[in-house]
Design a protein around this ligand. Structure first.
Ligand code: GLC
Length: 478
């Protein structure tokens, strides 16, 4: 039995700001239970709902040195769907309405978390063979492990994997402060280790010290070796390319299943979507106060409203996009300029645009079920999960050919009768618009073709079944 510890800053269903939480929350369930004991460790944030906190069992507590500070570490535990979750408790660090706040606070918060994860293991009598770290917040775990912990017999032999869900976020702060916070010696703050462009960089530390590095799609693992996608670390990515690989994310096929989903208006399947899916559209149109008309091309967007997701393209052509035969439904929060963009158009075209500037799981499911198409014109996209959910729900993805979008959506080819969605290659608003118009043409004028696109999409398998096996191969190789 191999033991693996997942360390991450968020995990569904306890706390979620993005796709990271979905991956950390679902992948462990799909690993082969006979061979792997997977446990997950995250911070016990104040923002975790009370209903979850009530289910946590107090395990133990101790004090831990963090440089010159001496801090409390509490450990709580809960079991959910067969997986053990540990929560690191410290009310000084893990306060606030969201997991993340000011970066200078997060820098100390996650140094604490990284060290606490390691210190907790002997106390819990859990010695993992592998610690699987996710994103910059856990980047110091491989560093700390190789620093002092390996001198202790308990930690000897533990391997680490660093998974990059988004290279844009690296955990960067000035070296002097980071030295003071982490207690790591000068030795670590050179360009071949934690230093990058004069600052200290947590993710870089993780990438340098991990035994293996993965990212969440094959294309993204190649893209980040180039300056455009490399976020300043493309040189490091090239240098580490012999231990860098891409494994595409899956989605939880139990959580997202149009046949059984209890949150949507009407269940449907690959067999009967032609008749039943439309009822979700009418239900949502009514709920959101849009014109209740079958023959509208309904486009969905469920996303963090950030520059990464390509909203600059949408802004550029939003008038043309919101034409009379179209409806646009947006769900999510983020940068104010994008929130206001959608609010404005919802005000201007009340019967065609619906701006839901908050997050709700229930609304998300309803949108996936109701829409005809799902738009993701991302500037970059490590994997993207919405297009996978879209495929599962017969909601045709329209995407830019980048990262995981490129790897999971096959572009419609009308001559060969292939493809599961629509795609365009350049980050250009009019290229996007023309592909949307093309999709609309198929939708309105070649409905049988459109439905075949859905047929093909719904029968693709983007559950974790494939990718969990790839992680197993990686774990067994280490
Ligand atoms: C980040 C990426 C997204 C990916 C997710 C889970 O949110 O931006 O592309 O799907 O992590 O790996």
């Amino acid at each position: 039995m191999k033991k693996v510890l997942y360390a991450a800053s968020e995990c569904f269903p306890f706390i979620k700001t993005g796709g990271l939480a979905d991956v950390v929350g679902s992948l462990p369930k799909y690993m082969n239970k006979a061979e792997y004991d997977i446990r997950v460790m995250i911070p016990k944030y104040l923002a975790i709902p009370d209903s979850w906190k009530e289910k946590m069992i107090y395990k133990t507590q101790f004090y831990m040195d963090l440089s010159w500070r001496n801090q409390y570490v509490g450990i709580l535990e809960t079991e959910y769907e067969g997986i053990i979750f540990y929560f690191i408790d410290n009310e000084f660090y893990f306060t606030g309405h969201t997991p993340y706040g000011n970066i200078y606070e997060d820098i100390e918060k996650f140094a604490f978390f990284c060290k606490a994860c390691l210190c907790a293991l002997p106390v819990l009598d859990f010695k993992p063979d592998i610690i699987h770290c996710h994103d910059w917040q856990t980047g110091l775990i491989p560093v700390y492990l190789k620093d002092k912990f390996l001198e202790n017999n308990f930690y000897r032999g533990i391997k680490t994997i660093m998974t990059i869900h988004n290279l844009k976020f690296q955990g960067v702060w000035d070296m002097k402060t980071v030295k003071d916070i982490t207690g790591l010696s000068d030795y670590y703050f050179t360009p071949d280790k934690l230093e990058a462009y004069g600052d200290a960089n947590y993710l870089k530390g993780g990438i340098v010290y991990a035994d293996y590095v993965t990212t969440v799609s094959n294309s993204y693992s190649e893209e980040i070796k180039t300056p455009f996608y490399g976020e300043g670390l493309d040189g490091l990515m090239r240098a580490r390319s012999n231990i860098l690989t891409g494994i595409v994310n899956g989605i939880d096929y139990e959580e997202y299943n149009p046949e059984k989903d209890t949150l949507i208006y009407r269940n449907y399947s690959a067999g009967n979507f032609r008749r039943e899916k439309i009822k979700n559209k009418r239900g949502l149109q009514e709920e959101l106060g849009l014109a209740v008309i079958n023959k509208k091309f309904m486009i969905g967007i469920v996303s963090r409203l950030t520059g990464q997701k390509g909203f600059d393209l949408i802004e550029r052509v939003i008038e043309e996009l919101c034409s009379e035969d179209t409806q646009l439904v947006v769900l999510g929060t983020g940068e104010q300029k994008y929130e206001n963009l959608f609010r404005h158009y919802a005000w201007k075209y009340g019967d065609r645009v619906s701006a839901n500037i908050y997050y709700s799981d229930e609304k998300a499911h309803k949108i996936y079920a109701a829409c005809d198409a799902f738009l993701m014109p991302s500037l970059f996209e490590p994997c993207g999960l919405s297009q996978l959910i879209g495929l599962r729900y017969g909601t045709v993805p329209i995407v830019r050919e980048t990262g995981g979008l490129r790897d999971t959506v096959e572009s419609y080819n009308e001559f060969e009768g292939t493809g599961t969605g629509f795609s365009f290659s350049n980050y250009n608003a009019h290229e996007m618009l023309s592909i949307i118009r093309y999709a609309k043409d198929i939708y309105f004028n070649k409905k049988r073709e459109w439905n075949k696109i859905i047929d093909r999409g719904m029968t693709r398998d983007f559950s974790w079944n494939n990718s969990a096996r790839l992680y197993e191969v990686l774990y067994s190789r280490l």
